[in-house]
Design a protein around this ligand. Sequence first.
Ligand SMILES: N[C@@H](CCC(=O)N[C@@H](CS)C(=O)NCC(=O)O)C(=O)O
Length: 196
Amino acid sequence: MKPQDVIASKSSLWIFGYGSLVWKPDFKYKRSKVGYIQGYKRRFWHGDNFHRGNDELPGRVVTLIEDDDASTWGVAFEVTGSQVEESLKYLNVRETVCGGYKTQMVDFFAEDGSQPPVQALLYIATTDNPLYLGPASPEEIGTQIAICRGKTGHNLEYLLRLAEFMRKSCPQVEDSHLFSIEAAALTVVSYLVAAQ
Ligand SMILES: N[C@@H](CCC(=O)N[C@@H](CS)C(=O)NCC(=O)O)C(=O)O
């Protein structure tokens, strides 16, 4: 059986989100927990020519970059029964077909320590992905996000919703990468508004 078939045959599965999934899972799930994964840092280094950008002006969305000293906070969603296949089918289109992400299993640690770590599926866009854009300054990334939009909406919404989630649900986490890009994007927006 292919790994995807093994996963889809499970009666229960945890799916970890760290980007748009934290604020817009858009699939049915039994329960969710805020928590983190170890060994990865979240970076706005993945391009998006569908949801939040297009071929001429690709947007910037997050992916995970391996870093033994880092952890990334987000939300894990438990899907059970028919929700497993339904969520995987939906996410395959949203994440893999439209977004260039691939699946990977990691250990998820719930914030409340209510359970030992559980294996969770996540979607990651690796550096060999044709949409990978790589590192850039907060100002460059913020400017790109401030001016891009795609079929799902503005790239700015993607950024601000993630920043809002981190402030509300993970206030103890200082994500300088995320918040420096947010500040840069809002500065660009203020200039664009003033120039009108
Ligand atoms: N895989 C990450 C990132 C997911 C992500 O942002 N994927 C994009 C695909 S490029 C998406 O679903 N966008 C939908 C949207 O922007 O509303 C997560 O777990 O949240």
